[in-house]
Design a protein around this ligand. Structure first.
Ligand code: SF4
Ligand code: F3S
Length: 129
């Protein structure tokens, strides 16, 4: 349950105090057309948002717990400061689309052809909004 997860990591009064900006984590190109969603199950604050063929992280909700990084089979998730140069455009993409796309709070089946896209590096042009 999301509420149980939150209580472990997250002071109950955070929403009543000043907003704390943690370093965010960022979903990058490797997620496109893979969308395995393993990451969603471990997030204590449910900050993943789902687009048509990838997820993003809401930077205003991420609490820098690092748990999602190891869950992603295609290593799509980086700390904001560690995003490779070629992937840095995904920092504003996560910030912007997380305000438009809806939350995904439970793992769901990956697209049927997800495994075919695991090793494809050039996928930016295939991202659907
Ligand atoms: Fe969620 Fe990952 Fe941020 Fe942790 S680091 S709060 S699992 S998005
Ligand atoms: Fe994408 Fe990896 Fe999560 S493929 S949906 S960032 S587990």
């Amino acid at each position: 349950m999301a509420s149980d997860k939150i209580s472990v990591f997250f002071p109950a009064n955070r929403s009543r105090g000043p907003k704390v900006r943690y370093m965010t984590y960022v979903v990058t190109e490797s997620c496109i057309k893979c969308k395995y969603t393993d990451c969603v199950d471990v997030c204590p604050v449910d900050c993943f948002r789902e687009g048509p063929n990838m997820l993003v992280i809401d930077p205003d909700e991420c609490i820098d717990c690092t748990l999602c990084v190891a869950e992603c089979p295609v290593e799509a998730i980086f700390a904001e400061d560690d995003v490779p140069v070629a992937q840095r455009e995904f920092i504003p993409i996560n910030a912007e689309l997380s305000k438009v796309w809806k939350p995904l709070v439970e793992r769901k089946p990956a697209p049927p052809d997800a495994d075919d896209w695991e090793d494809v590096k050039e996928k930016k042009h295939l991202m659907e909004k």
